[in-house]
Each structure stands twice: as structure tokens, then as C-alpha cells.
Ligand binder design. Structure first.
Ligand code: SF4
Length: 313
């Protein structure tokens, strides 16, 4: 629908896609070596690690159960006190507060059979990384649901560095409105920072969720798939909650290597269109993904595949 003069490129906006390959291997290792049940969002099950995936680990005997929220993980641990459970805590600011709440409950209830494997990511440091690395876009479309938590402050800060953007929702009309606003603002030749999703996003964001995250987590440098380590872009449990940290409880370290042949990092940083990856639609398809961007329906390559089937098959 868009004219050739408007190009929309994807960024690191899918939480599953940016979860490092080594994280998947670490989770599989915990389940296989320690006989712990993994509790995970469904999207993560097919994501390839360096050596394995949760799907393959399941075939080797690991118990991998899908849940729709960290609170469901809490329920599973309560219902089966004899069994060790590990919740795979991935996602952006949208999901981190729910993990924080689950940790709080686990602490209050003194649950001894539930730990968390945190790999939460923060969006503003990724945006700053793109800006620092000369990402040549006229404006960003900022993620609406993350912004519901963060509010507008991170984007106001970017605007001070002459970086423009608009917060938008996810429906087609939200995105068209965002693109239209960007074109109009670019025509005026000024830096802009607009909230086009005010029914969900307030200026200050969700203060209760922000406080919960700050109480339970502290920032740390974190690895992003295909991008590498970004300063203060991840969350680890604060010392009072350390006993719930599965990295420590199972004495496991994440392998920092990238998955071989995977070019998802180029897609995630807007330097390559999914269709330009040599594996796209040939070896790498949604039913047999080679990279993380082909797994989740939010992934750039999965979306490109779904909407360009005619051209690729
Ligand atoms: S086509 Fe597959 S391997 Fe290539 S960038 Fe996309 S997900 Fe990664």
C-alpha cells in the first residue's frame, strides 16, 4: 500500500528474536542435567540455540511446559512442590513487571521450587545503540506496549539528540497514521517526538510497573542476539531475590557465541531486508527456522515470509 518513497524497515522489536542463542542452550542444559521443569512462553520453544532448541531438548526428555504468564509459572510451582521449576523470563519492559511480580510472590510465599532465568531486555539502550551506529532513518516508530510502561521520557531524551519518532499502536490504521504523521513532520523539517497512542501510553508511563521493576531488578550489560552486548540493557535480580536466580542456582554461564550462518543481527538492526538473507524461504522457513526472526509471528522474517509467499515459493 505504501508508495516507493516510503520505506519501513524492522528493528530489534521482537523479544524472542533478540534472545541470545546461548540462552536457549543454557535453559535446555538446566532441564536435562537437573531434572527441572522449564516454564516458557510458547514462542521460545522453536527458537534455535547454538547446539539445540527447547523443542529438541523436549525430544531428549526435558520437560518443557508452555505458559502464558509468569503468574502461571507460580501456580505450577505451588501445585507441584516436589518438582523444581524454572521460568524462562524473556521479553521487554512489557513482560518484565509481571516477572517482577511473580518473584515478589515467590519470595512472600517462600517458594523453594521455583527459580527464574532472566534475559529481559530494555528498549531504550537498543535505540541508543542504533543511533550511535548511524542507523539512517528519518524517524523511529516506537513500540506502543513497551511505551505504556516506560512513558515518553526515553524518546524525549532521544529528541534532544535530534532523533525523531512517534509512538504508535499495532493495528494497521495505527501504523498508517504513524507513517502519515512522520511524513508530515519530515516535510516541516523539524525534530519531533509524538505520542499517537495516548489511549494506552501516558507521558509518565506506568509508575507502578516501573517501581516494581526497580524494586526487584537492577540493570546490567546484556547480550542481544546478532547485536552483541549493550550496556545497561538487561535486568538481573537484585541481591534480596538472588536465591530465585536460576543462573546462580544451577551455576550456569551463557555461551556468548552466535548461531552459525545466522544473519538475523543484520535484519534486527535494519541493515538487511529479510528477503536478502540467502537462507530466506529456502532453508529458513517458519516450520523449520534457521534463525530466531523466522520463529515468532512478531519476527521480521516470519512476517516477510507470510506476506511474500507468492514471490518466494
Ligand atoms: S531468513 Fe532466517 S537466518 Fe536469515 S535472517 Fe531471517 S531468520 Fe535469520
Amino acid at each position: 500500500m505504501l508508495p516507493d518513497s516510503v520505506r519501513v524497515i524492522s528493528g530489534p522489536g521482537c523479544p524472542v528474536c533478540v534472545t541470545p542463542a546461548g540462552y536457549i542452550d543454557a535453559a535446555a542444559e538446566i532441564a536435562l542435567k537437573n531434572d527441572a521443569q522449564l516454564l516458557t512462553f510458547g514462542d521460545l520453544v522453536k527458537v534455535p540455540g547454538i547446539r539445540t532448541s527447547l523443542e529438541k531438548a523436549r525430544a531428549e526428555g526435558a520437560e518443557v511446559r508452555t505458559v502464558i504468564s509468569p503468574l502461571e509459572a507460580l501456580k505450577a510451582a505451588r501445585e507441584n512442590p516436589e518438582r523444581k521449576h524454572v521460568f524462562l523470563a524473556v521479553g521487554f519492559e512489557t513482560t518484565a513487571p509481571a516477572t517482577a511480580l511473580a518473584v515478589r510472590h515467590a519470595d512472600e510465599e517462600k517458594l523453594a521450587n521455583l527459580t527464574f532465568l532472566p534475559a529481559h531486555k530494555l528498549v531504550p539502550p537498543a535505540l541508543e545503540h542504533l543511533v550511535r551506529n548511524n542507523c539512517k532513518v528519518d524517524a523511529f516508530i516506537y513500540p506502543g506496549h513497551v511505551s505504556a510502561i516506560t512513558g515518553m521520557a526515553p524518546y524525549r531524551k532521544l529528541a534532544e539528540q535530534d532523533v525523531s519518532g512517534v509512538v504508535a499502536g499495532f493495528e494497521a490504521e495505527d501504523l498508517i497514521r504513524a507513517i502519515f504523521a512522520i511524513i508530515q513532520a519530515c516535510d516541516r523539517g523539524e525534530t519531533f517526538c509524538l505520542n499517537l497512542y495516548p489511549k494506552v501510553v501516558s507521558e509518565e508511563g506506568n509508575l507502578i510497573a516501573q517501581k516494581l521493576m526497580k524494586d526487584v531488578f537492577e540493570e546490567e550489560d546484556a547480550a542481544w542476539r546478532g547485536i552483541g552486548s549493550l550496556p545497561a540493557s538487561g535486568l538481573r535480580l537484585r541481591p534480596p531475590y538472588e536465591r530465585f536466580d536460576a543462573w546462580k542456582a544451577y551455576d550456569i554461564v551463557m555461551d556468548a557465541r552466535e548461531q552459525e550462518g545466522c544473519l538475523c543481527g543484520l535484519v534486527l538492526t535494519g541493515r538487511m531486508e529479510p528477503q536478502d538473507c540467502p537462507l530466506f524461504g529456502k532453508i529458513c522457513r517458519p516450520e523449520n527456522p534457521s534463525g530466531a526472526c523466522m520463529v515468532s509471528s512478531e519476527g521480521s522474517c516470519a512476517a516477510a515470509y507470510r506476506y511474500s509467499m507468492g514471490e518466494t515459493t
